[in-house]
Design a protein around this ligand. Structure first.
Ligand code: FE2
Length: 381
């Protein structure tokens, strides 16, 4: 398995000169979801998405109030946490939001300095820096609040060699399904409420030292019925990209508004995961039961006129509903899952980049029409 702690990569050049990058961020450390049943969710992410068992914390490791399963696929690490008793902040989070992303943890060299730099620029404290230790070394953590109830945890694990963190033990399972070829998190999108996009764009610029990468307006992202606005924020080395969406007025309810209604506020809308071979990855995920948004076959009729020459056979893309978009630097292939839990909130994007550094703006209309069909089925359009 690829290590997440490959320090040679830290010498990456700064790609976005506008980003102050005072932290700096080395990459995504992990994403922690609060879920109703971590044991079964872990099975789902292993079976359907091809994640591997890594670590576990719970009653058997001396943790009394919760259980957490850690899963990994190449550089993508998920933590699934469920409370064991009644009351408390995790139950409150579940009651309010359903299954969803609580912590977007970022890998830093110094969690205390990251905390100081961001809080002095106005970040609200989620938790003060603290260090935990076991026989494998120590990890320092700190946390700041971002949109909704979501938290950015800063993780310094430079002096740690265990499976995940102190308090966790290795999770050995006899069930180790084949990976799906998911390599790393390409971007994670936040949905925020009406009129709040610029506030959070400003937060990432001012508090985190990010730069704005691309901007869309509501004319870019709308169909006959629904609309949204989106801006993309990136850190200096480009490893962390956070598009921020807000709903926009349309004839019918924006998909962002539907999300906000069911999540009861702002939160992570989708996690985009990169593959080097989207056709093989999508075949594998579909075989394992992952559900994708349906794209009308007419999307492919004039595809090559829209995107120019591509290496893939259009018939192979059409068969799988894979979308294509091009920008000045190349093209990308992408596909979106249906929501992964019961509420129409969090979903995944599978993306393969062939030079393009954008996010599939050219596909938004086809995609949103597909989402509108799902909204109509749910009676929420
Ligand atoms: Fe995306």
């Amino acid at each position: 398995m690829d290590t997440l702690y490959d320090t040679t990569s830290l010498k990456l050049k700064k790609e976005f000169p506008d980003a102050e990058d005072f932290l700096p961020l080395n990459g995504t450390d992990h994403v922690e979801l609060y879920v109703g049943n971590a044991k079964q969710a872990a099975h789902f992410y292993k079976t359907a998405f091809g994640f591997q068992s890594v670590a576990y914390a719970g009653l058997e490791t001396g943790v009394k109030d919760r259980v957490s399963y850690v899963l990994q696929q190449n550089k993508i690490r998920l933590v699934l946490t469920t409370p064991l008793g009644e009351g408390g902040p995790i139950n409150d989070h579940l009651n309010r939001h359903g299954d969803g992303v609580k912590n977007v943890a970022l890998w830093v060299d110094d969690a205390t300095k990251s905390f100081e730099e961001t809080t002095k620029r106005g970040a609200e404290v989620a938790f003060e820096p603290y260090t935990i230790e076991d026989e494998n070394g120590k990890v320092t953590l700190s946390g700041i609040k971002t949109y909704g109830d979501t938290v950015h945890v800063f993780v310094d694990r430079s002096e740690y060699n265990g499976p995940f963190m102190p308090g966790y033990k290795s999770w050995e399972s006899h069930y180790n399904p084949k990976g799906a070829g998911l390599e790393y998190i390409d971007h994670m999108v936040g949905n925020v409420g009406w009129g709040e996009m610029n506030k959070w764009v400003d937060f990432y610029a001012r508090v985190m030292g990010f730069a704005q990468l691309v901007s869309f307006d509501d004319k870019d992202i709308s169909t006959e019925y629904t609309a949204l606005m989106s801006k993309v924020m990136t850190n200096g080395n480009g490893r962390i990209k956070f598009p921020i969406n807000e709903p926009a007025e349309g004839k019918k309810k924006s998909q962002i508004e539907e999300y906000i209604d069911f999540y009861n506020g702002a939160g992570v809308q989708h996690i985009a995961v990169a593959t080097n071979d989207i056709i093989t990855t999508v075949d594998h995920l579909k075989d394992q039961g992952v559900e994708f948004l349906y794209v009308p076959e007419t999307y492919y009729d004039d595809l090559l006129e829209r995107v120019g020459d591509i290496e893939e056979e259009v018939s192979e893309l059409r068969k799988r509903g894979i979308l294509v978009d091009r920008d000045d630097e190349g093209y990308l292939l992408q596909l979106f899952t249906k929501p992964v839990a019961d509420r129409p909130t969090l979903f995944f994007e599978i993306i393969q980049r062939k030079g393009a550094k954008s996010f599939g703006k050219g596909n938004f209309k086809a995609l949103f029409e597909s989402i509108e069909r799902e909204q109509a089925n749910r009676g929420t359009l």
